[in-house]
Write a protein that binds this ligand. Sequence first.
Ligand code: F6R
Length: 369
Amino acid sequence: EKGGFATFMDKEIHDQPKAVADTLLGRTDDAGRLRLDEVHVDEAVLRQVDKIIVVACGTAAYAGQVARYAIEHWCRIPVEVELAHEFRYRDPIVDARTLVVAVSQSGETMDTLMAVRHAKEQGATVLAIVNTHGSTIPREADAVLYTHAGPEIAVASTKAFLAQITAAYLLGLYLAQLRGTKFTDEITDVLDDLRGIPEKIQRVIDGAGRVREIAGWMADTSSVLFLGRHVGYPVAMEGALKLKELAYIHAEGFAAGELKHGPIALIEPGQPVFIIVPSPRGRDSLHSKVISNIQEIRARGARTLVIAEEGDDDVLPFADEVFRVPQTPVLLAPLVSVVPLQIFACELATARGLDVDQPRNLAKSVTVE
Ligand code: F6R
């Protein structure tokens, strides 16, 4: 059942191209327009939505954080992402024009379920993005958009994360289409780009020899930091979470821009730091800002492990290691750039002799608050 892989996690990492492709499948009509037939919410209600709040925990919340950049850009609707267990305790401002999106692999996470109930009580429309059919959260939500990642057995989430981002992007594009935003003309292009993602993920997996090798040498590392910006920021957080969960190593993700506001004090000679470099084709000079960050930490002795697009040679002078990902439109980049981080955590845990499928103290679905 592990399909020839040593662990479920390794198998599920390799399932990712299919998880994304299957989540995209059958969601457009012959004319190429998005059709989310399962979303039985009155279109008039969706046209009136004036705020979206994503509620989720852990990796699913990072998928929400990634999606926020895309949905705000495409729909011009404000999006908040809230940890489900914090949501109802802050007396959130929710009404009939709020769309609450609950993201969950298992569909059973109690914290997320309680947030769904609270949102419904306040009159919000609740849409669930869930992987497990017949689970509780989609039953209680007003609508569900299933991710088609297939069963995820390893406790740490990998393919469900990519499928969650994909589904949330479909939702964002669907809302843009429905509301006729300025962005409408570009929807088909984004859908085409999304359909190209599975092949790119496959290339990252096939080319991951070096990241596996490096992880194998790092079994004695006591701390790893992760830096990213824009959509790379939640990717950094996810990379750190994977490493904590699987390898029991102290890990932290930061927004790269925050470095000089504190975290740079952590940098000492030999400190490994992953940096997720935005595309040089992106907007707003983010690329050069992150390159400067790499330079700053390298000058203080950090060991820089850089994830950068193919052809981005600006990173070379400051990178101890470069892990390449294919050129990808900015908003879709997390779907490829997180993959080396998953593989790194999996390999490092294996090098430490740990059980990557069943990390200590964790359960696959957390059905208590
Ligand atoms: C991370 C992980 C957890 C879950 C979180 C939410 O690898 O597995 O952080 O993502 O517990 O679980 P679901 O998505 O089932 O609600």
